[in-house]
Structure formats: structure tokens, C-alpha cells
Ligand binder design. Structure first.
Ligand SMILES: [Zn+2]
Length: 165
């Protein structure tokens, strides 16, 4: 092999590697490309969130089932994103799913976004805050009427604001 064909071969390999890489990047592009009104660096999020809330909201961790005090929250009011304080779920749509996670059959209008989550060898629908992108939980199709949806939400990603009676 002379120097010229070696260089051509190297160039071809580089182009192929670039194609493979760009294809991989394209797969995750929709989530990364999503624009959020509220954006902060990890350091800024850590400064305002508890370690547990940071792990869920910013790293898509899942809180231990049965751990959220909000499981027993039955007052009238709204549940807000713990990251940016956007109201995301209303108490009227909360139900007891017996899963150990606060569950809702519908989000408030224009409050959440979803994406396909293929982690843990499953295909699930991930749900996050529309305004800051904070991970809230997942949506399943085994919920009660009227939507048949079950928004399975980490309580640590929410704060509750009761409506004054
Ligand atoms: Zn938010």
C-alpha cells in the first residue's frame, strides 16, 4: 500500500466513522434539541434542589415506592414542578394507583411534555415539565376513566399548593 492509498483509506474510515457517529447522535437528538424556557447548569440546579429531587428531575432517577408524603395528600390544590414551580397536576385528577407513587389520570393543560424512554429494556413514555424539562415520571395506558392514562409521578419532583378554602 503506498502512502496515497493509505491516506485515502484513512479518509474513508474517518467518513464512515463520522456517519455512524452522526446517526447515533440523531437518535438522541429530539430530546436534546428540545428547548425549555427555564434552563440552568447542573451546579445551579444542585444549589436549589435536594439531592433526591436533583437525582429525579435532572438525572431521571426514580424515588423508592411508598416514600412520598404526597401519597397521602388529599386536599384540593395543584401539584407544581419542584424545579421551576409550574403547576403540572391538579388534585382533581389524582387517584390511588396502589403503586407507591403519586398518580394522576391527566396533566394540566400545556404543563408537560413526553418522550420515548427505552431504558431498562422497556419502551415507556417519559413525562417531564414543559417549562424546565425536569423529569417527573412515566405515563402508562392502564389508568382509570376518563383518560385511561396513569401518570406515575415521583413525589419528590412535585410540591403541593393547597387552594385556600
Ligand atoms: Zn419545571
Amino acid at each position: 500500500m503506498d502512502r496515497r492509498s493509505f491516506l485515502l483509506g484513512s479518509a474513508a474510515i474517518a467518513v464512515l466513522a463520522g456517519l455512524v457517529l452522526s446517526r447515533r447522535l440523531n437518535i438522541s437528538a429530539p430530546a436534546l434539541a428540545e428547548d425549555f424556557e427555564v434552563t440552568k447548569t447542573d451546579a445551579q440546579w444542585r444549589a436549589i434542589l435536594s439531592p433526591a429531587a436533583f437525582a429525579v428531575l435532572r438525572q431521571e432517577d426514580t424515588e423508592p415506592p411508598g416514600s412520598s408524603p404526597l401519597l397521602n395528600e388529599h386536599r384540593t390544590g395543584n401539584f407544581h414542578c419542584a424545579g421551576c414551580d409550574l403547576a403540572v397536576y391538579a388534585s382533581a385528577t389524582k387517584f390511588d394507583s396502589h403503586t407507591g407513587w403519586p398518580s394522576f389520570w391527566e396533566a394540566l393543560p400545556n404543563a408537560v411534555g413526553t418522550k420515548v424512554d427505552s431504558s431498562l429494556l422497556m419502551t415507556r413514555t417519559e413525562v417531564h415539565c414543559r417549562r424546565c424539562g425536569g423529569h417527573l415520571g412515566h405515563v402508562f395506558d392502564d389508568g382509570p376513566p376518563p383518560t385511561g392514562k396513569r401518570h406515575c409521578i415521583n413525589g419528590v419532583a412535585l410540591t403541593f399548593r393547597p387552594v385556600a378554602a
